[in-house]
Design a protein around this ligand. Structure first.
Ligand SMILES: Cc1cc2nc3c(=O)[nH]c(=O)nc-3n(C[C@H](O)[C@H](O)[C@H](O)COP(=O)(O)O)c2cc1C
Ligand SMILES: CCCCC(=O)C(=O)O
Length: 356
């Protein structure tokens, strides 16, 4: 195999290796997949204004997030069931990642992942109708040393995933959500033609009444910081902070929820302005290169998360593959910082971007 030099090359190699149904579950978006495409297009439209005559002999990619020093501002987004692409699943990803947000639907236990992790872990939560599932996950995350919780608020139900529906996609029997009561997850394994098992599951098990008072309740359950994921507007950022959130993740769920929603990087400036330094603002959706990371930081992100790229690396070569994908992005980021005359992340501001 030739060396893979870009995230796009890992994507192509992963596609070659994965069964078509699993590929489509991971790659797909909702509806016409307009938001899925927009996430990538929006980055491509943001041209950079490089500065020269700057001493760039010592680039520094490190940053601090919620009091923890990170080697790079790039973490792994919460993605369900890493064992769909590699038998070691999240344990391999955790070894490779500088910083990982573990999905509520992780296919390895929170404790196994914590024992393997190279960097800080956060736990993502869905708002299960059975609130004791949420409370139980919070207790276990605290006990296992997770440093923050991430409440996903863009999923009162799973979006219209047509690729999944066409294939009657269900989660294979051997791969389970290792941290959630099997009874809650049982129907994710039931394949029905013309229906996505995850859409059906979400309608049965996720509580669409989730509101600001519930966020406040969650924040009161724990001393861990709670970030709200799926924010695309100033209004929701304000609401989240007013009800106890420590920060937000600007995200449209990788184009998998509301099709037609704004590209996440296009929502970033508005959200960052509303948060106004009161907490971290992370971004995910369509980050594929080091220059994408730089663009997001220029628009006010404290750090970014990659979803699908981590799975592509994991599919290609397990832990070393996931690490290689993150290393490619870090190497590209360093290059871009040097070549744009921004040797430290604190030098990155909106002046890096050309006016559209
Ligand atoms: C296969 C897959 C599973 C996902 N599972 C979850 C999940 O369990 N919880 C969650 O909050 N987001 C989930 N997401 C959304 C990601 O956290 C993230 O928002 C998105 O993947 C970022 O876009 P990117 O894939 O373009 O980097 C999932 C995304 C994918 C592709
Ligand atoms: C019920 C949600 C399943 C995982 C997920 O968030 C996704 O597939 O995007």
């Amino acid at each position: 195999m030739d060396a893979l030099l870009t995230v796009a090359e890992y994507e192509a190699a992963a596609r070659d290796r994965l069964p078509a149904g699993i590929w489509d579950y991971i790659a797909g978006g909702s509806g016409q997949e307009r938001t899925l495409a927009a996430n990538l297009d929006a980055f491509a439209r943001l041209a950079l204004r490089p500065r020269c005559l700057v001493d760039v002999s010592r680039p520094d990619l490190s940053t601090e997030l919620l009091g923890v020093r990170l080697r790079t501002p790039v973490g792994v987004a919460p993605v369900a069931y890493h064992r769909l692409v590699h038998p070691e699943g999240e344990v391999a990803t955790a070894r490779a990642a500088g910083f990982l947000v573990v999905s509520a639907f992780a296919s390895r236990t929170l404790e196994e992942i914590a024992a393997a992790a190279a960097g800080p872990l956060w736990l993502q939560l869905y708002w299960f109708r059975r609130r004791e599932v949420v409370a139980g996950l919070v207790r276990r995350a605290e006990a296992a040393g997770y440093r923050a919780l991430v409440l996903t608020v863009d999923t009162p139900r799973v979006g219209r995933r047509l690729r999944e529906a066409r294939r009657g996609f269900a989660i294979p029997a051997g791969i389970v959500a290792a941290n959630v009561d099997a009874a809650v997850m049982a129907r994710t394994h039931e394949a029905v033609d013309g229906e996505s098992a995850l859409v059906r599951h979400s309608r049965e098990q996720l509580d669409p009444s989730l509101g600001p008072a519930d966020l406040a309740w969650l924040c009161a359950q724990t001393d861990l910081p709670v970030l709200v994921k799926g924010v695309l507007t100033a209004e929701d950022a304000e609401l989240a902070l007013a009800h106890g959130a420590a920060g937000v993740v600007v995200s449209n769920h990788g184009g998998r929820q509301l099709d037609g929603a704004v590209a996440s990087v296009d929502a970033l400036a508005e959200v960052a302005a509303a948060v106004a330094g009161r907490g971290p603002v992370l971004l995910d959706g369509g980050v594929r290169t080091g220059t994408d990371v730089l663009r997001a930081l220029a628009l006010g992100a404290s750090a970014v998360l990659v979803g699908r790229p981590a799975l592509w690396g994991l599919a290609v070569d397990g832990e070393p593959g996931a690490r290689a994908v993150l290393d490619v992005i870090a190497a590209e980021l360093e290059d871009a910082m040097v070549l744009s005359g921004r040797p430290r992340l604190s030098d990155v501001d909106p002046s890096l971007l050309a006016r559209p």
